[in-house]
Design a protein around this ligand. Sequence first.
Ligand SMILES: *Cc1c(COP(=O)(O)O)cnc(C)c1O
Length: 358
Amino acid sequence: MVAMIPHSRPTLGVEEAAAAAETIMSGQISQGAKVAELEASFAAFLGLKRAVAVNSGTSALHLALLALGTRPGDEVIIPDYVCTALLNAVYYTGATPVIADVGEADGNLDCRAALRLITSKTRAVIVPHMFGNPCAGIMRFRERGIPVIEDCAQSVGAELAGCKVGTLGDLSIFSFYATKVMTCGEGGMVASNFPELTAIVADLCDYDNRNDYRPRYNYKMTDLQAAMGLVQLARLPDFIHRRREIAQRYNAGLRGLPLRLPTALPGHDSIYFRYVVRVADAESLLTHLRSSGVVAARPVFKPCHLLLGGADDCLVSLRLWLESVSLPIYPLLQNAEVDRIITTIWNYYQKDSKLDLE
Ligand SMILES: *Cc1c(COP(=O)(O)O)cnc(C)c1O
């Protein structure tokens, strides 16, 4: 029996273990100097004025929305083909999510469709760069005067026309959950070049020792997390390099099969958080892979409009959901494992064509 290949795996080793141990032995495990160091390093990495660490990507989205003044009665535009963290964050503020369809090419927000949804109540748009791939139309919203929250939870280090994602909106958010490109178990970051916005985020994420009262949140990152995060941030270039190598191996190995490989638009430097292929029937390929010891997944569990039971006008999102399969991709994945996955997919199509002949 060959070993199961998991869908994702964090890249953690002796350096993270040493940093965590050092922090534990220091006696300072909650928020302290390590968090401040990670915030400074992260802001420098993006070339932005300030980054504020929080305890998850969801908290980061929530505080970014609050920094923009989002409140009940407002509308926030989000894409349909995303995880429910976006919906949750919008609902936390009491605002109403307005759901836009996504683009056929890469599953990112269809910015032209989103622009048509702007009303006098639109407070912000959340633009995720899905699967590691920058969203093309992001600059259109600021031209229209709509504040943009860039969701970089899946795309830290990706670039659009030479600019790092996270520097293109009013605020950007990141996640350091275990399956993400860099991780400290759970964690998140809000970054911005607008000091008045990051000041609100920093104010709201820590409730203690304040002279004025307003409802605040305990969304603080811990030094234990930040110590791991600092190691992961230093290793990020290597992580991205290896992800791109694996993507190229898949590209070469899967060429010639009747499935659609990820499209690389010019100027879009994906970090391949996910390697997503499109097939006629995702469910049957997922089952075949699993029976051969490969855990693949749908890159988005379920489109938002299906969860909310709303009007079904997100046809592209629905189609992508039915047809997309995310193959394992992470720095610890060995070439031999990539080759085994490629062979398993070739076998799937050979089995199919045999059935056709019968
Ligand atoms: C993971 C993710 C989030 C939420 O991050 P958490 O740290 O899990 O709260 C938000 N947006 C996108 C696109 C994500 O992939």
